[in-house]
Design a protein around this ligand. Structure first.
Ligand code: AMP
Length: 142
């Protein structure tokens, strides 16, 4: 497998070299909004540990990401008045991966509303800001 590339965009976000709409951070993970959301509130949870995908991440680091996704899912249900949540995590190009720092997609869903195809539309910064605010408030409310 290809080695982890420290210049991938999510590594730059982790180092603060590239901005993001952060919704949650702890010792092990960072969660921020996807800039090309497939649904409103589409969030990515990434490990702080460098890992390309499920094939090289340490199991404990993967568990931290799963814990983060679990937290975001509960908050997203409230923040977006959702009916359900889709969680996805792609590995290697054959598995649909485009950015090579492991990430879990957490997407709030509504009955009868389809997701947009991946990377179909860059969202307005203002909308991303509003959605981040909603998620942060739901996370705070517990
Ligand atoms: P994938 O690797 O297929 O799981 O998808 C990568 C995801 O990262 C896509 O949903 C992109 O919209 C998203 N993405 C790419 N660049 C950024 C960025 N700078 N900030 C937030 N999301 C991003």
């Amino acid at each position: 497998m290809t080695a982890y590339d420290t210049n991938n965009i999510f590594a730059k976000i982790l180092r603060g070299e590239f901005p993001c709409h952060k919704v949650y951070e702890d010792e092990h993970v960072l969660a921020f909004l996807d800039i090309m959301p497939r649904v409103p509130g589409h969030t990515l949870v990434i490990p702080k540990a460098p890992a390309r995908n499920i094939l090289d991440i340490k199991p404990d680091d993967y568990a931290h990401v799963a814990r983060g996704a679990h937290k975001i899912a509960a908050a997203a249900m409230k923040a977006f008045n959702a009916d359900g949540i889709t969680v996805q995590q792609f590995n290697e190009p054959a598995g649909g991966q485009v950015v090579f720092h492991l990430h879990m997609h957490v997407m709030p869903r509504h009955d009868g509303v389809a997701m947009l195809p991946p990377a179909s539309r860059k969202e307005d910064v203002k909308v991303l800001e509003e959605n981040a605010t909603k998620l942060i408030a739901a996370l705070k409310a517990g």
